[in-house]
Unconditional design. Sequence first.
Length: 222
Amino acid sequence: MTSTMAALLNDFEQRYSINTAEITSKIGQLQQLTPSEVPSAANEVKKLLMDVEDLLEQMELSVREIEPSNPDRQKYDLRVKSYKSDKKQLEVELRKAVDRVRNIADRDELMTFNDAAINIDQQDKLIANTERLDAGTRKLQNCERITIETEQIGEQVLGNLSLQRETLTRNRDRMREANSDLGRSNRILSQMIRRVIQNRLVLLVVFVVLMFSLLYLVYKVI
């Protein structure tokens, strides 16, 4: 293997080491980013992985140019295979890191949603309790109003009954007075009738006496 080929492969390996170190660092930083920053950071890592892929392809082509009988051919073949395996592992780590960030974001969003749902549920319960208290207050007010109206009606009824009782008492007294007056009138009328009868009897007696006197005079004259 020529010194030029060795220098080229050495350059590829240095660039590979630098890129993979940067990829590893950026993958580790993903968890420190916000969910909105992760996509752009992940795209940067993917670009670096594509650069690594290009380096590995160039290394593989360069290794193929080495004579198969040269011991360095097998050594660099193994290195390229190891680098490809490391690259695949970095891709796996990138996917895992992105998934972890997404899961954390989803969990935070779910927790936020649950907190919001709990707050909404608490607000609904508070509103429902307030409405029940208002309904109870209205019922108490209605009961109080009905009680007051009932008391007023009762007072009016008692007042009317008292007036009716007084009216009945006055009417009863008037009837007693009327009965008393009627009794006096009956007695007076009876007395007047008796007097009329007596007067008529007296007149009748006087008439009879006069008749007998007249007959007696006539008899004497004849």
